[in-house]
Design a protein around this ligand. Structure first.
Ligand SMILES: [Zn+2]
Length: 157
């Protein structure tokens, strides 16, 4: 496994619509493992392939709860309900945090590393993380959705 370089804003790849994955091979498994290591090392709860320079529909999420490591290939949000407003950040925007409105509940369909389709329902912070990462795969950045940015003094407390 290896640590990858995280692309920071501005970069064209961060605003690119990513391509669907069609090959579920060993290079995909290696990429997922490397992305996971990279995310943990950077102290993040999610990472999308464009953030490591790859314009493919691949993302990982691990918010440290019982769901553990979630690998999302070609994910689609099937249902979204309710609203939550809360702080969000992004590994591609170091030190930047802002309040973002997200659905409180989402149902996501995706493929795993073997190409098998699964669905996942989530609420609260996990739902937020899933929406943030799936946005990345469409070239949508959280900064386009921020309601209010946090001042640095607010972050120190
Ligand atoms: Zn992000």
């Amino acid at each position: 496994m290896a640590k990858l370089t995280i692309v920071t804003y501005p970069a064209e790849i961060l605003e690119t619509i990513c391509e669907k994955v069609t090959q579920f091979d060993r290079s995909l498994v290696k990429l997922l493992n490397d992305m996971y290591d990279t995310m943990l090392e950077a102290d993040g709860v999610g990472l999308a392939a464009p953030q490591v320079g790859i314009a493919k529909q691949i993302a990982i999420v691990d918010i440290g709860d019982e769901h553990g490591r979630i690998e999302l290939i070609n994910p689609v949000i099937l249902e979204a309900r309710g609203e939550q407003i809360g702080p969000e950040g992004c590994l591609s925007f170091p030190g930047l945090f802002g309040d973002v409105s997200r659905a409180e509940y989402v149902k996501v369909r995706a493929q795993n590393r073997r190409g098998h389709v699964f669905t996942l329902e989530a609420t609260g912070f996990l739902a937020r993380a899933l929406q943030h990462e799936i946005d990345h795969l469409q070239g949508v950045l959280f900064t386009t959705k921020v309601i209010r940015y946090y001042e640095s003094e607010e972050l120190e407390g």
